[in-house]
Design a binder for this molecule. Structure first.
Ligand code: ADP
Ligand code: ADP
Length: 229
């Protein structure tokens, strides 16, 4: 059985005629990194937000790690879904140190455990020496790695990333594709990444899910996609 399963997932916004996401089915294996790729407005963010629990589907079901988090009878709120989210603008708290940013979601952990976990994830993203700094003292790429460390800190089932590379300039972008993939692999986590950039998708994912106008057009590994005419 797959680790994450979307079945017949549909979202029609109340003020819209046609569905933003239209009956999509998708199975994701544990440890897989997949990207949702497609042009602006094709339904990538809506799909991600439904998985996260920020948006109510109109129809269908979502299962994560054996648990139904949404169907016609059940709805699990975002904080109970075991999801780590990395936002496009990183959404770090400017008045908190990097360490405090990273432990923000660990409110039920004891102080010692929080510190230990912060050290672990900051080491994982290569920022162990930055614990006491503030976000504005870090570069864009470093801030993104902090955002990823914060998402990984509570040991989520899955990490969701919305356009993680779009705020980075070309040189850094290439580097971060490599870094983010390496960090996700090391953390052994499952990840769903939204992007409109084919290069991003091909560089980071095990499988690329191509969306257009709310439907899935194709699902394939980057290798198999290169073979297509
Ligand atoms: P993408 O992430 O691929 O750019 P979105 O999921 O953001 O696509 O949007 C899919 C469609 O749904 C678009 O037509 C968009 O205008 C519409 N849409 C997105 N969010 C809302 C909303 N909150 N209310 C109404 N329509 C929305
Ligand atoms: P992205 O760049 O990730 O695709 P968007 O810029 O499309 O995101 O959307 C940003 C925010 O605006 C989201 O919260 C989305 O739900 C909302 N939104 C997008 N399209 C519409 C729309 N047509 N009507 C209302 N809200 C929208």
């Amino acid at each position: 059985m797959s680790f994450i399963h979307l079945q017949n997932l549909t979202k029609t916004y109340s003020n819209a005629g046609s569905p933003a996401v239209n009956h999509i089915d998708l199975s994701i294996e544990k440890g897989e990194i997949i990207t949702l790729l497609g042009p602006s407005g094709c339904g990538k963010t809506t799909t991600l937000r439904m998985i996260a629990g920020f948006e109510q589907p109109s129809n269908g079901s979502i299962r994560i790690d054996d648990k139904v988090v949404f169907d016609d009878r059940s709805y699990l709120p975002p904080e109970k879904r075991g999801i780590g989210m990395v936002f496009q603008d990183y959404a770090l708290f400017p008045h908190l140190t990097i360490e405090k940013n990273v432990t923000f979601g660990l409110n039920k952990w004891g102080t010692l455990n929080k510190k230990k976990r912060a050290k672990e994830v900051l080491e994982l993203v290569g920022l162990a020496d930055y614990a006491k700094r503030f976000p504005n003292e870090l570069s864009g790429g470093q801030q993104q790695r902090v955002a990823l460390a914060r998402a990984l800190a509570p040991r989520p089932h899955v990490v969701l990333m919305d356009e993680p590379f779009s705020n980075l300039d070309a040189g850094l972008r290439e580097r971060m594709r490599y870094d983010v993939t390496a960090i996700l692999r090391k953390a052994n986590t499952t990840a769903i990444i939204v992007t409109h950039d084919q290069k991003d998708a091909f560089a980071v994912s095990d499988r690329v899910v191509v969306m257009n106008q709310g439907v899935i057009q194709q699902i394939a590994s980057p290798r198999d996609m290169y073979r297509c005419p």
